[in-house]
Ligand binder design. Structure first.
Ligand code: ATP
Ligand code: MG
Length: 392
């Protein structure tokens, strides 16, 4: 018997309910299609409150599609399922064959039937009872547990066919990428900014990113590390347009003209100013950073306030109230941790002051910043020399 396997995403498993549902679903379907487009030919359709993803030929790789879809935002849960004829003998045979492995591994199970097509000759409870009895006969390891079964076998009688499926797979949650505008993340090679990127992307924000590189103080490898991190994040949110800004001259200008204790905060302000300019060009309406209160001297409330007021755009800092171990737990989950801990210099670790001011005063900071000759020109030059890449 040929098993026709598909992927089902039910309405109840979408993250958003209510008014925007339809445009939200259309966006989600587009995102899914884009994400699996290189895995073969699939049909992606919406109907009877379900999104169905169906391979249309043998080249389509369903297992890889499952892996990809588990990282698409906007899906709370989904399932692999098998399509079968609308005939009870076929249902029994298909359930045994399709779910054999899972049923052999389970100790308890139940059968649930959903009959959308009321013309089907058997009623739901009858199908569940009959199929349950049949499976008990086939799998001697199984007992029925209707409250907390290891596996729930679900039979759905639809208009044109029957779907049979086992347990749900957990989805990535969140909202479909692109349903909440665009923002630009300041990405370093550290642990926090990839996590911050993931967290905001999860809320449906499409990401652009900006990275400041200071060769020869920072290496080519540091830049490649950032690209690797963005690639991991892109598995969740799709392609990320990325800008690498040459930052050496600006950092040297800060070093040569400002008091050492203010280096970091002034550098962070200039990063924000450049990020805001590029963000505006890219139609982004917010900036994102990986800052967390108190983590380092440049992240005290006072220092953050001095950084913040360099720009007008809202700055999202999703890690702001998190401990390092909480941030690390997320970075492990999204598989960026091992890359983040590779030891390459970031421009933030170049010219770091020995005694940074933890309570910088904004007037002093601005005075110091204004003492840099031709700052505007240096900023323009840096922006004119950005390298652009699309990471996916
Ligand atoms: P991370 O772990 O993300 O590097 P961090 O705790 O090391 O963060 P900092 O180095 O002080 O903190 O940087 C704070 C934030 O500033 C980062 O989370 C990131 O958003 C931004 N940032 C730092 N360095 C760079 C850089 N080279 N390019 C772009 N953004 C940066
Ligand atoms: Mg850092």
């Amino acid at each position: 018997m040929e098993i026709k396997e598909i992927i089902l995403i039910k309405n109840g498993e979408l993250a958003l309910k209510g008014l925007n549902r339809s445009s939200f679903e259309d966006k989600l379907i587009k995102n899914i299609k884009r994400r699996i487009s290189d895995l073969g030919n699939f049909n992606c359709t919406k109907g009877q409150s379900t999104i169905m993803i169906e391979p249309t030929d043998d080249t389509a790789d369903l297992s890889q599609a499952v892996e990809r879809i588990s990282k698409v935002f906007g899906i709370a849960a989904f399932s692999r399922a098998c399509k079968c004829e609308k005939d009870f003998d076929a249902i029994k045979k298909t359930a045994v064959e399709y779910l054999a492995e899972e049923l052999e591994d389970a100790s308890t199970f139940k059968v649930e039937t959903k009959r959308a097509d009321k013309k089907f000759p058997m009623k739901s409870p009858e199908i569940s009872r009959e199929l349950g009895g049949y499976l008990l006969g086939k799998f001697r390891n199984l007992k029925v547990d209707v409250h907390n079964p290891d596996i729930t076998v679900t039979v759905e009688i639809r208009d044109n066919y029957v779907f049979i499926r086992g347990n749900n797979i957990k989805g990535a949650g969140g909202m479909p990428t692109g349903t909440n505008g665009r923002a630009m993340v300041l990405i370093s090679g550290g642990i926090d900014s990839p996590v911050a990127s993931y967290m905001m992307a999860k809320r449906g924000i499409e990401l652009c990113s900006i990275h400041f590189a200071s060769p020869p103080y920072t290496s080519e490898l540091a830049e490649m590390k950032v690209m690797q991190l963005l690639k991991k994040v892109a598995q969740y949110c799709g392609a990320i347009t990325t800008f690498v800004v040459p930052f050496t001259e600006l950092q040297e200008a800060i070093r040569d003209n400002c008091q050492e204790e203010y280096f970091t905060v002034i550098m962070r302000r200039i990063m924000m100013i450049i990020a805001e300019r590029l963000a505006t060009e890219q139609n982004c309406s917010a900036l994102i950073t990986g800052e967390s209160v108190g983590q380092v001297a440049s992240q005290t409330i006072n220092a953050l306030a001095c950084t913040n007021c360099a720009v007008n755009m809202p700055v999202f800092r999703p890690c702001i109230g998190m401990d390092k171990d909480e941030i690390i737990a997320i970075s492990r989950k999204i598989d960026t941790f091992e890359t983040s801990i590779q030891p390459y210099e970031d421009c933030c670790t170049v010219f770091t002051p020995k005694h940074p001011k933890t309570k910088p005063h904004i007037d002093e900071i601005i005075a110091q910043q204004n003492s840099i000759p031709d700052l505007e020109t240096l900023i323009d030059e840096a922006i004119n020399n950005v390298k652009k890449a699309v990471v996916k």
